[in-house]
Design a protein around this ligand. Structure first.
Ligand code: ZN
Length: 214
Protein backbone atom coordinates (compact mmCIF):
# COMPACT_ATOMS: atom_id res chain seq x y z
CA UNK A 1 0.00 0.00 0.00
CA UNK A 2 1.24 3.49 -0.80
CA UNK A 3 2.82 5.29 2.17
CA UNK A 4 0.33 8.13 1.89
CA UNK A 5 -2.65 5.78 2.36
CA UNK A 6 -3.99 4.58 5.76
CA UNK A 7 -7.05 2.64 6.86
CA UNK A 8 -9.13 5.00 9.03
CA UNK A 9 -12.74 4.91 10.26
CA UNK A 10 -14.95 7.09 8.04
CA UNK A 11 -17.89 8.88 9.69
CA UNK A 12 -19.88 8.87 6.45
CA UNK A 13 -19.09 5.33 5.23
CA UNK A 14 -19.38 4.16 8.90
CA UNK A 15 -16.52 1.65 8.62
CA UNK A 16 -12.77 1.50 8.04
CA UNK A 17 -11.88 2.80 4.59
CA UNK A 18 -8.70 3.73 2.76
CA UNK A 19 -7.81 7.37 3.39
CA UNK A 20 -5.27 9.45 1.54
CA UNK A 21 -3.03 11.67 3.66
CA UNK A 22 -3.46 15.26 2.46
CA UNK A 23 -1.13 16.96 4.94
CA UNK A 24 0.98 16.15 7.99
CA UNK A 25 2.30 18.58 10.54
CA UNK A 26 4.45 18.01 13.65
CA UNK A 27 4.62 20.37 16.63
CA UNK A 28 7.62 19.46 18.80
CA UNK A 29 8.83 21.09 21.96
CA UNK A 30 11.25 20.23 24.78
CA UNK A 31 12.35 21.41 28.18
CA UNK A 32 15.22 20.66 30.50
CA UNK A 33 14.55 19.21 33.92
CA UNK A 34 17.69 18.78 36.07
CA UNK A 35 19.98 16.72 33.81
CA UNK A 36 17.14 15.41 31.67
CA UNK A 37 15.57 16.71 28.50
CA UNK A 38 11.85 16.10 28.27
CA UNK A 39 10.20 16.42 24.90
CA UNK A 40 6.63 16.19 23.64
CA UNK A 41 5.21 16.03 20.17
CA UNK A 42 1.82 16.61 18.59
CA UNK A 43 1.35 15.24 15.09
CA UNK A 44 -1.60 16.38 12.98
CA UNK A 45 -2.67 14.35 9.95
CA UNK A 46 -5.37 15.49 7.52
CA UNK A 47 -7.08 12.62 5.68
CA UNK A 48 -9.55 12.30 2.86
CA UNK A 49 -11.68 9.14 2.48
CA UNK A 50 -10.93 7.48 -0.88
CA UNK A 51 -14.59 6.42 -1.09
CA UNK A 52 -16.80 9.37 -0.10
CA UNK A 53 -14.18 12.18 0.05
CA UNK A 54 -15.02 13.11 3.66
CA UNK A 55 -12.13 14.92 5.35
CA UNK A 56 -10.99 14.19 8.91
CA UNK A 57 -8.15 15.40 11.11
CA UNK A 58 -6.21 13.11 13.48
CA UNK A 59 -4.22 14.46 16.42
CA UNK A 60 -1.55 12.19 17.98
CA UNK A 61 0.20 13.35 21.13
CA UNK A 62 3.18 11.64 22.73
CA UNK A 63 5.79 12.50 25.34
CA UNK A 64 9.32 11.22 26.11
CA UNK A 65 8.19 10.19 29.62
CA UNK A 66 5.60 7.75 28.29
CA UNK A 67 6.09 4.13 27.19
CA UNK A 68 7.51 3.95 23.69
CA UNK A 69 4.22 3.15 21.95
CA UNK A 70 1.92 5.17 24.24
CA UNK A 71 0.07 8.09 22.68
CA UNK A 72 -3.20 10.03 22.82
CA UNK A 73 -5.22 9.83 19.60
CA UNK A 74 -8.17 12.08 18.82
CA UNK A 75 -10.17 12.68 15.66
CA UNK A 76 -11.99 15.83 14.55
CA UNK A 77 -14.86 15.47 14.05
CA UNK A 78 -14.99 12.61 16.62
CA UNK A 79 -15.38 9.12 15.18
CA UNK A 80 -18.98 7.92 15.23
CA UNK A 81 -20.43 4.46 14.93
CA UNK A 82 -24.04 5.40 14.27
CA UNK A 83 -26.00 8.22 12.75
CA UNK A 84 -29.32 9.81 13.55
CA UNK A 85 -32.02 7.52 12.13
CA UNK A 86 -33.42 8.67 8.79
CA UNK A 87 -36.95 8.77 10.20
CA UNK A 88 -36.04 11.21 13.00
CA UNK A 89 -37.62 14.14 11.10
CA UNK A 90 -41.02 12.41 11.43
CA UNK A 91 -40.87 12.62 15.25
CA UNK A 92 -42.55 15.37 17.29
CA UNK A 93 -40.30 18.44 17.19
CA UNK A 94 -39.28 18.30 20.85
CA UNK A 95 -38.29 14.63 20.42
CA UNK A 96 -36.23 15.52 17.33
CA UNK A 97 -34.38 18.23 19.26
CA UNK A 98 -33.65 16.00 22.23
CA UNK A 99 -32.57 13.04 20.08
CA UNK A 100 -30.24 15.36 18.14
CA UNK A 101 -28.66 16.45 21.44
CA UNK A 102 -28.24 12.82 22.49
CA UNK A 103 -26.37 12.18 19.23
CA UNK A 104 -24.16 15.24 19.73
CA UNK A 105 -23.21 13.77 23.12
CA UNK A 106 -22.62 10.34 21.48
CA UNK A 107 -20.37 11.84 18.82
CA UNK A 108 -18.27 13.68 21.37
CA UNK A 109 -17.98 10.50 23.47
CA UNK A 110 -19.88 12.18 26.35
CA UNK A 111 -21.47 8.87 27.31
CA UNK A 112 -22.97 9.95 30.64
CA UNK A 113 -24.73 12.90 28.98
CA UNK A 114 -25.96 10.65 26.15
CA UNK A 115 -27.39 8.17 28.67
CA UNK A 116 -29.11 10.88 30.69
CA UNK A 117 -30.56 12.28 27.47
CA UNK A 118 -31.77 8.81 26.44
CA UNK A 119 -33.54 8.45 29.78
CA UNK A 120 -35.23 11.81 29.25
CA UNK A 121 -36.40 10.75 25.77
CA UNK A 122 -38.04 7.68 27.30
CA UNK A 123 -39.62 9.74 30.08
CA UNK A 124 -41.06 12.11 27.45
CA UNK A 125 -42.42 9.17 25.46
CA UNK A 126 -44.15 7.78 28.55
CA UNK A 127 -45.59 11.20 29.42
CA UNK A 128 -46.88 11.64 25.86
CA UNK A 129 -48.39 8.19 25.46
CA UNK A 130 -49.75 7.32 28.90
CA UNK A 131 -49.40 10.49 30.96
CA UNK A 132 -47.81 11.19 34.28
CA UNK A 133 -49.49 8.49 36.30
CA UNK A 134 -48.40 6.27 39.13
CA UNK A 135 -45.03 4.79 39.82
CA UNK A 136 -42.49 4.00 37.19
CA UNK A 137 -43.39 0.29 37.39
CA UNK A 138 -47.03 1.19 36.73
CA UNK A 139 -46.03 3.33 33.76
CA UNK A 140 -44.08 0.43 32.29
CA UNK A 141 -47.08 -1.85 32.80
CA UNK A 142 -49.27 0.69 30.97
CA UNK A 143 -46.79 0.73 28.08
CA UNK A 144 -47.01 -3.07 27.89
CA UNK A 145 -50.83 -2.98 28.14
CA UNK A 146 -50.94 -0.32 25.41
CA UNK A 147 -48.90 -2.51 23.05
CA UNK A 148 -45.88 -0.22 23.03
CA UNK A 149 -43.63 -2.72 24.76
CA UNK A 150 -43.19 -6.47 24.96
CA UNK A 151 -42.44 -7.86 28.39
CA UNK A 152 -38.80 -8.47 27.42
CA UNK A 153 -38.48 -4.90 26.16
CA UNK A 154 -39.99 -3.72 29.43
CA UNK A 155 -37.21 -5.53 31.31
CA UNK A 156 -34.59 -3.93 29.05
CA UNK A 157 -36.20 -0.52 29.52
CA UNK A 158 -36.11 -0.88 33.28
CA UNK A 159 -32.36 -1.59 33.07
CA UNK A 160 -31.93 1.36 30.71
CA UNK A 161 -33.71 3.81 32.98
CA UNK A 162 -31.89 2.51 36.05
CA UNK A 163 -28.64 3.07 34.14
CA UNK A 164 -29.76 6.58 33.15
CA UNK A 165 -30.54 7.33 36.78
CA UNK A 166 -27.16 5.93 37.85
CA UNK A 167 -25.44 8.19 35.31
CA UNK A 168 -27.27 11.19 36.74
CA UNK A 169 -26.84 10.44 40.42
CA UNK A 170 -23.90 8.10 40.89
CA UNK A 171 -21.49 9.02 38.10
CA UNK A 172 -21.94 5.68 36.29
CA UNK A 173 -20.23 5.84 32.90
CA UNK A 174 -21.61 3.26 30.43
CA UNK A 175 -19.34 1.40 28.00
CA UNK A 176 -19.81 2.30 24.31
CA UNK A 177 -21.42 -1.15 23.79
CA UNK A 178 -23.93 -0.70 26.64
CA UNK A 179 -24.75 2.78 25.41
CA UNK A 180 -25.42 1.41 21.94
CA UNK A 181 -27.90 -1.09 23.45
CA UNK A 182 -29.60 1.81 25.22
CA UNK A 183 -29.92 3.82 22.02
CA UNK A 184 -31.28 0.72 20.23
CA UNK A 185 -34.07 0.49 22.82
CA UNK A 186 -34.83 4.23 22.65
CA UNK A 187 -35.06 4.17 18.86
CA UNK A 188 -37.27 1.08 18.80
CA UNK A 189 -39.66 2.88 21.14
CA UNK A 190 -39.62 6.13 19.16
CA UNK A 191 -40.48 4.25 15.97
CA UNK A 192 -44.04 3.96 17.31
CA UNK A 193 -44.48 7.58 16.22
CA UNK A 194 -43.50 6.51 12.69
CA UNK A 195 -45.75 3.43 12.76
CA UNK A 196 -48.67 5.62 13.83
CA UNK A 197 -48.10 8.04 10.93
CA UNK A 198 -47.82 5.14 8.45
CA UNK A 199 -50.87 3.40 9.89
CA UNK A 200 -52.99 6.58 9.61
CA UNK A 201 -51.81 7.11 6.06
CA UNK A 202 -52.80 3.55 5.09
CA UNK A 203 -56.22 3.98 6.73
CA UNK A 204 -56.88 7.11 4.65
CA UNK A 205 -56.10 5.23 1.42
CA UNK A 206 -58.34 2.21 2.12
CA UNK A 207 -61.73 2.78 0.37
CA UNK A 208 -64.73 2.48 2.68
CA UNK A 209 -66.76 -0.73 2.57
CA UNK A 210 -69.66 -0.44 0.11
CA UNK A 211 -73.00 -0.16 1.91
CA UNK A 212 -75.33 -3.10 1.17
CA UNK A 213 -78.51 -1.98 -0.59
CA UNK A 214 -80.76 -4.95 0.28
ZN1 ZN B 1 -16.01 7.57 3.48
Amino acid sequence: MSSNIEWVHCNKCLHLTKHEILKEHNCEDKDKYLDFVIWWNTKYTLFICCGCESVTLRRQYTCSEWESNQQEIEFYPPQVSRRLPQWQDKLPVEMQDLLAEVYIALHSNSRRLALMGARTVIDMFILDKIGDIGTFEEKLKKLVDGGYLGSKQRDILKVVLDAGSAAAHRGYNPSPEDLNHVIDVVESLLQFYIFEVQSNSVKVKIPPRARRTN
